[in-house]
Design a protein. Sequence first.
Length: 233
Amino acid sequence: MSRIALVDDDRNILTSVSMTLEAEGFEVDTYNDGQSALEAFSRKLPDMAVLDIKMPRMDGMDLLQRLRQKTSMPVIFLTSKDDEIDEVLGLRMGADDYVKKPFSQRLLVERIRALLRRQELISGDAVGEHEDVRTMVRGNLTMDPLRHAVMWKGQDVTLTVTEFLLLQALAQRPGFVKSRDQLMDVAYDEQVYVDDRTIDSHIKRLRKKMRAVDPEFSAIETLYGIGYRYNEE
């Protein structure tokens, strides 16, 4: 049973969404501000967090930034209806997905299940159930799906679930172009729609992490209007 942390300063959302998630078989911990959640996470991390952005004491962006310093735990943001800046910034900071308010609780449940399935694809629990579980070496890149581990030139790189799946998809066939639609299919379930901006934001975040260990990293090439390609170095 997966444990979900729900962090939002709206008590109505905490109550209604936690009831829905519990009815779907999840264990749920609720917090009405980022600081309370961070203190609880320091003792024990949940399997996933759903974070509102605008909260007292510590907002969702600050909480995500602190989480990404120590964990690649899946995170979904709840964003305001028309605030695209929040969506893009959240993805670039390391969120795996976002859902706009007001939202269908059924949609949120589907996003949560989809993200947990994506995490399972690259976890030890998936041994024998999925392909591509062996360690992959592409030039300077080493990826171990069973440990969710990535190394570039011998240095560890910590990636989120979405970033790992995107890099894996690109690196599996060096030199071949992957369109944004193809990358969406890799990183998201068929019933979950995301736009091009979401994939682009994940790729930018992925490049930033790789360049943090190697400023000369250039293995992921953008082909404007087409997609992305991994060039083995």
